[in-house]
Design a protein around this ligand. Structure first.
Ligand SMILES: NC(=O)C1=CN([C@@H]2O[C@H](COP(=O)(O)OP(=O)(O)OC[C@H]3O[C@@H](n4cnc5c(N)ncnc54)[C@H](OP(=O)(O)O)[C@@H]3O)[C@@H](O)[C@H]2O)C=CC1
Ligand SMILES: O=C([O-])CC(=O)C(=O)O
Length: 439
């Protein structure tokens, strides 16, 4: 089978994505086999793409399948399944968006990437380019990931590129999903973890600052995610601090599940659940403002002791309980919660409800210390931004616990001052500072 070879220059490679945006209307019929021809590797990046530059191929109609001359333009299952309805669909496709994922060869990404490519995150009319960030150690694994994406034949997935240099991978990205981080090893101090991972997020923040879209949305998953997000935003002053999120949606989902179980209802009845503070065992799952079937959760469950003790601790330590059973940390449910977090920003929040996200505190209405990343209740009108919800009740019970998780985050911030441009670090972390996955 004849396959067009091409070896574009680096600047041609860079211009590919913009060409893709204008091509999306007719691309469904392009040769899928040609898709993943590796281009020359510029700056450690490799691009897998679906057409050669300056080689726009004509759409292939189904009747051409048997014409040997046109066979190289049309590949296997794509020729067989291509139909005009699908072409009609591409006419309504939106402009291509660039999404970067770090730690792309890791466990969470292995679930997330396929959700992104399927259209379940950004919608069935949103073509995407995936830019996968790995390292020397994971480069081959990244190629394997790209091959699996290729074999999945996702129509909306227009481009996959892999690389180990964030300055290449983050070029023009509208979304950066920062998952890669070193796990805490045996005997490693929390301060050590903050420093090692903090350096990763400082570097990635600088790269985002230099090359990402000025309005990029950044979701930090790699732990300790709140402080990593703070480091990242401090190193990316060109991007609004408001655009940075630390993932606490998994905690919210865990809390909803426990409330539903206790109330004996399906979890779609549970709403208005806030996780306050740090993605750690000091986080505060808020049952005071939570609702079940539209009623206050406290009035439905009528067991304050359970809410204040078992419920709270279960949510705080759910990650660790799962690791005990599985022998590894939550990956699938984390990927699902990343999907939820993105969808909460790109679709309007249902009236009266809200979602939790770790966001920058400056200007918050709850009296939480300024200049940290703290999980709070947010609403969005679906344009990628959010606002903080004002009408929540904070009683003495909540306030006391919010103070504790706030103190922990302020201590983490002092610990990484050398990475946020605020002078010398001073680490006085409280003894109980743990990730949800730690016991
Ligand atoms: N916020 C949340 O709710 C949750 C957060 N997490 C966090 O998400 C992160 C990723 O989890 P998961 O995908 O399961 O982890 P994996 O171990 O499967 O993958 C993590 C990736 O991180 C990268 N990494 C970056 N720096 C290092 C380093 N110094 N040493 C080792 N690996 C490194 C590796 O990729 P490469 O070599 O390509 O850089 C690796 O593939 C973790 O920090 C975890 O704690 C997990 C669950 C929930
Ligand atoms: O501790 C971890 O790595 C896993 C984690 O964040 C969680 O399960 O919430």
């Amino acid at each position: 089978m004849a396959v067009a070879e091409f070896t574009p220059t680096y600047s041609e490679t860079r211009s590919l994505s913009s060409q893709f945006s204008s091509l999306t209307k007719t691309r469904l019929s392009y040769n899928r086999l040609n898709l993943l021809r590796p281009l020359q590797k510029p700056h450690n990046a490799r691009v897998f793409c679906s057409v050669a530059p300056n080689q726009v191929q004509a759409p292939v109609a189904p009747q051409q399948i048997d014409n040997p001359k046109s066979k190289h333009e049309c590949f296997g299952v794509f020729c067989v399944t291509y139909d005009l309805k699908a072409e009609e669909q591409t006419k309504s496709w939106k402009k291509l968006i660039n999404i970067a994922v770090s730690g792309a060869a890791g466990m969470i990404s292995n679930h997330l990437l396929f959700k992104l490519a399927s259209g379940e995150v950004f919608g069935p009319d949103q073509p995407i380019a995936l830019k996968l960030l790995g390292s020397e150690r994971s480069f081959e694994a990244l190629e394997g990931v790209a091959m699996e994406l290729e074999d999945s034949l996702y129509p909306l997935l227009r481009e996959v590129s892999i690389g180990i240099d964030p300055y290449d991978v983050f070029q023009d990205v509208e979304w950066a999903l920062l998952i890669g981080a070193k796990p805490r090893g045996p005997g490693m101090e929390r301060a050590g973890l903050l420093d090692i991972n903090g350096q990763i997020f400082a570097e990635q923040g600088k790269a985002l600052n230099a090359v990402a879209s000025r309005n990029a949305k950044v979701i930090v998953v790699g732990n300790p995610c709140n402080t990593n997000a703070l480091i990242c935003l401090k190193n990316a002053p060109n991007i609004p601090a408001k655009n940075f999120h630390a993932l606490t949606r998994l905690d919210e989902n865990r809390a909803k599940c426990q409330l539903a179980l206790k109330a004996g209802v399906f979890y779609d009845k549970v709403s208005n659940v806030t996780i306050w503070g740090n993605h750690s065992t000091t986080q505060v799952p808020d049952f005071l403002n939570a609702k079940i079937g539209g009623l206050p959760a406290k009035d439905v469950i009528k067991d304050n002791h359970w809410l204040e003790n078992e419920f709270t601790e279960k949510v705080q330590k759910r990650g660790g309980a799962l690791i005990k059973k599985w022998g590894r940390s939550s990956a699938a449910s984390t990927a699902v919660s990343i999907v939820d977090a993105i969808r909460s920003l790109v679709t309007p929040t249902p009236k009266g409800d809200w979602f939790s996200s770790g966001v920058y505190t400056s200007g918050n209405p709850y009296g939480i210390a300024e200049d940290i990343v703290f999980s709070m209740p947010c609403r969005s009108d679906g344009n990628g931004d959010y606002e903080l919800v004002k009408d929540v009740i904070i009683d003495d019970y909540l306030r006391e616990r919010i103070k504790k998780t706030e103190a922990e985050l302020l201590a983490e911030k002092r610990c990484v001052a050398h990475l946020t441009g605020e002078g010398n670090a001073f680490c006085d972390l409280p003894e109980d500072t743990m990730l949800p996955g730690e016991q």
